[in-house]
Write a protein that binds this ligand. Structure first.
Ligand code: M6R
Length: 598
């Protein structure tokens, strides 16, 4: 949700900011803007639309700049427009800010400032930050920033410039990530490490409530009481290749093609002699009575898939959407563990849900894809997925890596509970077979199906048991990037209401990978066909019926992990359909990659 970049150093600030914004664009793309010091004063350029629109208007501008801040926006308060694009200047142009997050008490703060005669120029919550800093009576800029953090309620990562302090940037964060990059030629600020690849060798993840003050030579960090604190730099371990699109037309396509490798690398991690599962104390797992797996969107669907796998091993698992878990009544269940699943590790709802579990002293395990993430900092135990950076808004390879890691974790728990040797990953060979089959997947049928779906108004995905979890993910993927209305259902639930929507204009994709449920699922197919809909069956079993219009044949593997295979063509189906509709699958309408607001 929104990307922040800052630069101070010897290079062109304009170039560094625009390049950084391109790398952060997946976090939001409603509007973008930059503010640089130019001959001692602020120069702001901002534009509605994607970063390319900003790059266009910046041409020939901001020629001699060495310090500035930039922002790419995902609108929360105020429509996407030039007026509501960041950076914002205070009324007398003495302060410039960019903000990621939500200022929950902005109305009260704005009302107070308006009573003092301050005029606002945007509809955003963020502008209040610049106005508050201008109004501050504190004697130093550092104190003004400290005072600001005491006034704001909500989540924020903020970069600030003060007129008169040329080539200096201040920053503060709470519940929203911000990173400092150290380079030979100066310092950077960024919402995530992707923007700093090839720019810096070292980066510092700002702590909660930390205040940063940088110039081109130094970086100082302070806690909320303005006591100097030490900066911990991490080595940059990403390369340009990891985060570039390469020869692929879209990031999403590149990432779908990387699914087999994401599974492979995740197994490797889970099978290492000192694998991450082994860091979870046996005492916690041996008497475990209940697990809640928590996530949002695709991460929740991964949780659901894993819960079926766990159930087969007599492990009791509930799944909860993080946005619901946060507010539901707490039940004191003995010997419980909470597992939080998140690609980014920055999803606001998931972070808050984890904090609640910690308040209740429940051991917390996170399954994340970003080592530097907030969830990793907060959790008791970390199970990393090794999908590599995922840039496309639609999650694909991370999902496959998440279910791989969760399968491994469920096996590990099973072994501990049953006092079995659990040094190596039980699924290693079976998952290697999956990797092999996915690498050789034939997408010919998917291309044909995408041709049909591109003109559909309504698509349903149905399945029973674990296939329902796959249906959920397939449906989310399609609706997210192709804007086609899509729903997923338990196959047995159709006749309890939704059948009313089934007609000749409808396509129903039926996922059936579980032998014992196959005949029951066929019954649903007959019911659908009788209402005239087009039926597409996704299965590894032989099926021959006039009720089926198309079969997407899946390669066969152990039934317990067929979900790894079944989702793969569905991810590609969503991608192809979006492309055929002329949409940009990497930047779907109204969405952004990392949802750092509630
Ligand atoms: O980074 P996270 O895994 O926590 O993100 C959770 C969801 O926002 C995310 O999976 C979202 O649903 C994807 N865009 C789906 O493709």
């Amino acid at each position: 949700m929104c990307g922040i970049i800052g630069y101070v150093g010897t290079k062109s600030a304009k170039d560094e900011l625009l390049e950084g914004l391109k790398m952060l664009e997946y976090r939001g793309y409603d509007s973008a803007g930059v503010c640089c010091f130019e001959k001692g004063d602020f120069r702001v350029i901002k534009k509605k639309g994607k970063v390319d629109a900003l790059i266009e208007v910046c041409q020939g501008q901001l020629k001699d700049t060495h310090c500035g801040i930039g922002h790419t926006r995902w609108a929360t308060h105020g429509d996407p427009s030039d007026k509501n694009a960041h950076p914002f200047l205070s009324e007398n142009n003495s302060v410039a800010i960019v903000h990621n997050g939500i200022i929950e008490n902005f109305e009260a703060l704005k009302g107070g400032l308006q009573k003092q005669g301050v005029r606002f120029r945007s509809d955003t919550d963020s502008e209040v930050i610049a106005q508050l800093l201008q109004k501050s009576k504190c004697e130093s800029e550092l104190k003004k920033v400290q005072e600001l953090s005491n006034l704001l309620v909500g989540s924020y990562a903020i970069a600030i410039l003060f007129r008169g302090l040329e080539n200096q940037i201040f920053a503060i964060r709470k519940n929203s990530p911000l990173i400092v990059g150290k380079a030979k030629d100066g310092y950077y600020l960024a919402s995530d490490v992707n923007a700093l690849v090839d720019k810096t060798d070292e980066y510092h993840i700002m702590e909660e409530n930390e205040i940063i003050w940088i110039d081109s030579h130094d970086c100082y960090a302070f806690d909320k009481n303005l006591q100097a604190v030490e900066i911990n730099y991490h080595k940059m371990d990403l390369s340009k290749q990891d985060i570039s699109r390469g020869a692929f037309e879209h990031y999403m396509l590149k990432e779908i093609m990387q699914v087999p490798n994401a599974i492979k690398q995740t197994i490797k991690e889970c099978d290492a002699p000192h694998n991450p599962y082994m860091r979870i104390p046996r005492e916690i797992l041996k008497d475990l009575k209940h697990i809640t797996i928590i996530g949002c969107g695709t991460a929740f669907n991964a949780a659901m898939t894993a819960s079926h796998y766990a159930r087969e091993r007599d492990i009791i698992v509930d799944c909860a959407y993080a946005s619901e878990y946060r507010y539901q009544k707490y039940l004191n269940i003995e010997n419980e563990v909470c597992i939080f699943v998140s690609q980014s590790g920055e999803t606001a709802d998931t972070i808050e849900a984890l904090k609640i579990a910690k308040e209740h002293n429940i051991p917390t395990i996170v399954v994340t894809n970003v080592a530097s993430s907030t969830l990793n900092k907060l959790a008791d135990y970390i199970i990393p997925t090794k999908a590599g950076p995922e840039i496309a808004v639609a999650s694909t390879k991370a999902y496959s890596a998440q279910i791989t890691a969760l399968y491994g974790l469920m096996d590990y728990i099973y072994c501990i509970k049953h006092k079995l040797n659990c040094r190596s990953c039980i699924l290693k060979d079976k998952l290697a077979d999956v990797v092999d089959k996915l690498q050789n997947f034939n997408f010919t049928k998917i291309n044909k199906l995408a041709e049909i779906l591109k003109d559909s108004e309504r698509v349903f995905f149905i399945g029973r048991g674990v296939d329902y979890a796959t249906s959920q993910e397939a449906s989310l993927k399609l609706k997210e990037i192709s804007n086609i209305h899509s729903e997923s259902l338990f196959a047995g639930e159709l006749k309890h209401g939704t059948l009313a929507l089934i007609d000749e204009q409808t396509t129903v994709v039926v996922i059936a990978t579980q032998k014992h449920l196959f005949d029951k699922t066929m019954n649903s197919i007959y019911e659908i066909k009788a209402r005239g809909a087009r039926v597409v069956l996704v299965t590894q079993f032989k099926a021959d019926s006039d009720a089926i219009d198309m079969i997407v044949e899946l390669p066969c593997t152990d039934q317990a992990i067929m979900a790894e295979i079944a989702i793969y063509p569905m991810q590609m189906l969503a991608y192809k359909t979006a492309v055929l509709k002329g949409l940009d699958p990497d930047k779907p309408r109204n969405l952004a990659k990392s949802v750092t607001v509630e």
